[in-house]
Ligand binder design. Structure first.
Ligand code: CP
Length: 309
């Protein structure tokens, strides 16, 4: 394994990472992908490290792949979910974290619905912090696994035309992907209804298009995002059916295009809204490869941060 180090002792967002940091994580994940495809998938790298996975918001992929990555690296782990915890009795975020850290924990993986939660924790405790998604802000390990998956399936990121489609306004995946892909030299275009594309987005170096077919014809890779109804306080489109009519992708649409772009989705999918089942499960889809790559990326991040203590 590499002896190189990341420039920060936390992973709070892609915005803070240098191109060298991102490339180091992608290169290290390559080695861990090879490890997790061996008959014996476990290495002793994090034998003396204790990690707490703190999930204040629901998760399937991120939570389980961090847990598996930690086990593959031989770390000791504890898992916390806010549902069923003393948060319901009014315990504050910082009190919860400090009580868990009193059990001699070295590293925290945290998902929270509030923007800046991971940064707030990192500024108030000694443990290392990894952001597993903070509200509508960032989801750095998702962007890293998406970049890794693009590299594997399309062959390169620099110069690749990558479309991010759907609910850009509420998506931490969109923001982290934009930071990551533009740093790595991709051409990024966002596409969705005008109500779900924030006005400031062009300032981040991306193009905007409100026409789905034109965007799909342009791109090498389409990363389709979930409509995040749980974060919507207003009505941004009339109905899910109407959304699907203009921004949903089905097999007929995919087959009508001359190009065969790589189709991605971070999950969970609203089947029949962003993607029909036939599109999500088509040959162009690498959705389950993204999930597989998530374990290798999270092993790389944990390993590199543990070397930074
Ligand atoms: N992609 C993603 O973050 O999925 P989960 O919410 O299931 O972790």
């Amino acid at each position: 394994m590499t002896e190189q180090a990341l420039s920060s002792r936390h992973l709070l967002g892609i915005k803070d990472l240098s191109v060298q940091d991102i490339q180091l994580i992608l290169k290290t994940a390559e080695q861990f992908k090879e490890v997790i495809n061996r008959p014996i998938k476990k290495v002793p790298s994090l034998r003396d490290i204790t990690i707490a996975n703190l999930f204040f918001e629901n998760s399937t992929r991120t939570k389980l792949s961090f847990e598996l990555a930690e086990k593959r690296l031989s770390a000791d782990i504890i898992n916390f979910s806010s549902s069923g915890s003393s948060v319901s009795k009014g315990e504050t975020l910082l009190d919860t974290v400090q009580n868990i850290l009193a059990m001699k924990v070295d590293m925290i993986v945290v998902r929270h619905s509030s923007v800046g939660a991971a940064k707030f924790i990192a500024s108030n405790v000694k443990a290392q912090v990894i952001n597993a998604g903070d509200g509508t802000h960032e989801h750095p390990t998702q962007a890293l696994l998406d970049a890794f998956s693009i590299q594997k399936s399309f062959g390169k990121i620099k110069g690749a035309k990558i479309a991010i489609i759907g609910d850009i306004l509420h998506s931490r995946v969109a923001l982290s992907n934009i930071f990551c892909l533009t740093k790595l030299g991709a051409k990024v275009r966002v596409c969705g209804p005008p109500t779900l594309i924030p006005k400031h987005i062009m300032g981040l170096g991306v193009e905007v298009d409100y026409d789905l077919k034109r965007t799909l014809e342009w791109c090498d890779v389409a990363n389709v995002l979930r409509i995040q109804t749980e974060r919507m306080e207003l009505q941004y489109f009339p109905t899910a059916r109407e959304y699907h009519r203009f921004f949903g992708i089905d097999l007929e649409l995919l087959n009508s295009l001359k190009n065969k772009m790589v189709l991605m989705h971070p999950g969970p999918i609203n089947r029949g809204v962003e993607l029909t089942s036939l599109a999500a499960d088509s040959k162009q889809s690498i959705i389950l490869e993204q999930v597989e790559n998530g374990v290798a990326i999270r092993m790389a991040v944990l390993y590199l941060l543990a070397n930074k203590t």
